[in-house]
Design a protein around this ligand. Structure first.
Ligand SMILES: C[S@@+](CC[C@H](N)C(=O)[O-])C[C@H]1O[C@@H](n2cnc3c(N)ncnc32)[C@H](O)[C@@H]1O
Length: 383
């Protein structure tokens, strides 16, 4: 069977031409705190930026139901919009919160002071085995030396004032895969590496320095409220009806990723409820790669999300969705076409749809099941 990236009954050439507007191949993607933490299938910031500029005014509210590393929320803040994000994964929630905090020059100074005292205190810091999970598998993914060293770093972070603790924890989380035996951020396989305690320290300090620089150079980009909730997007009762002006999101791609696995060691270090993260994840590769799997449960889950989107959006509010097609049990799944069918049945109308090409070097989409060199952009309106 030919592995295509796109399956649609629409005119593909026409959709590709319309998608030119959404291709940002040479764009800078590390402004603000966008580069704080690796995240699989992250938006390039220019996508939510274009959507927010096109469909909202200053002071409006933008919602991302699958906020991941918070790209939509950061862009909304930088454009003086309020933002709300939900994600079922604790790593996503921590990183999104931290990126949309309002930092001041006092915080930058406090971070510099932390760094100084951290470097002085680390050599004599206490071993904190109490901060290490009891999961025996943990030692398959890290050397004992690295676990001990990370426990000391985490111990020192926990002594920091609350306002900067989460920022430092997300820096800590950002280096976890690099200092573990996990192959990469999108490959959950063990690879032998030699990692010394000095390298762990250097990674952490280097990242803190980078973050201080980034915060210092972009002070004031967040001025309005941003709320981030750890929630299953099928039920977001904490968000009021008709309170959102625009939804911009990239839902989990069907049968492509296992966010609970890629972040598993981070989730351990953050004391997260891993089982809950795993069992609430929509579309995971684990679930849909099983023998004789069918795509329908994915569309049932997404239909529940769409119904929540309809409730929280104001009338006339737009919804911009970036999504790829998939293969399940060796059969192509027309994900974007099916989304359009479900959404129109649920009270949305299609404003425009197109196909954007991914940058040829985009490695985050390097999965066996699909070439994923392009993805759909759907714009809908609540009628
Ligand atoms: C394609 S990623 C979003 C990436 C994001 N746009 C960014 O720039 O980082 C999809 C996200 O959906 C989240 N997710 C999966 N199932 C979910 C659920 N039931 N409720 C909320 N979020 C979920 C995953 O944890 C992941 O962060």
């Amino acid at each position: 069977m030919i592995r295509k990236a796109i399956y649609t009954n629409e005119n593909e050439e026409k959709l590709l031409a319309l998608g030119e507007e959404w291709n940002f191949h040479d764009a800078k993607t590390n402004e603000y705190l966008h580069g704080l933490h690796p995240y699989p299938a992250k938006f390039i910031p220019q996508i939510p930026r274009l959507a927010i500029n096109k469909y909202t005014q200053e002071g409006d509210t933008v919602y991302d139901p699958f906020c991941g590393s918070g790209t939509t929320l950061v862009e909304a803040s930088a454009l003086k919009r309020r933002s709300v994000g939900t994600d079922n994964n604790s790593v996503a929630v921590l990183v999104s919160k931290v990126k949309t905090e309002i930092y001041t020059s006092d915080d930058v100074n406090d971070l510099r002071c932390f760094l100084q005292s951290f470097e002085a205190m680390l050599p004599s810091a206490k071993l904190r085995r109490d901060l290490v999970t009891e999961d025996k598998n943990f030692y398959y993914w890290f050397s004992t030396e690295t676990i001990d060293h990370l426990s000391k770093i985490k111990g020192l972070i926990l002594e920091v004032d609350e306002n900067l603790r989460e920022l430092l924890l997300s820096v800590f989380s950002s280096i976890i895969v690099k200092v573990s035996y996990q192959d990469s951020d999108t490959r959950y396989a063990r690879k032998d590496k030699v990692i010394t305690s000095d390298e762990v320290t250097r990674s952490f300090i280097g990242k803190v320095k980078k973050v201080i620089k980034e915060i210092d150079s972009s002070l004031g980009y967040c001025q309005l409220d941003s709320k981030v909730y750890q929630a299953d997007s099928r039920n977001v009762s904490m968000i009021d009806g008709e309170s959102v002006d625009l939804i911009v999101t990239s839902p989990p791609y069907l049968n492509a990723y296992d966010y609970h696995k890629y972040h598993r060691q981070r989730l351990h270090w953050l004391d997260a409820d891993i089982k809950k993260v795993r069992t609430t994840e929509i579309g995971s590769h684990d679930q849909f790669t099983k023998k004789n799997a069918v795509a329908q449960p994915y569309f049932d889950d997404m239909a529940m999300c769409f119904s929540e989107w309809h409730r929280v959006l104001r009338s006339g509010g737009k919804c911009v969705i970036v999504i790829g097609d998939a293969i399940v049990s060796k059969s192509p799944v027309y994900v974007a076409d099916t989304f359009c069918d479900i959404l129109t049945r649920q009270g949305f109308s299609i404003v425009e749809r197109s196909i954007r090409r991914l940058k040829p070097t985009n490695r985050s989409f390097n999965v066996k099941n699909s070439r994923m060199d392009s993805e759909h952009v759907l714009v809908l309106e609540k009628v």
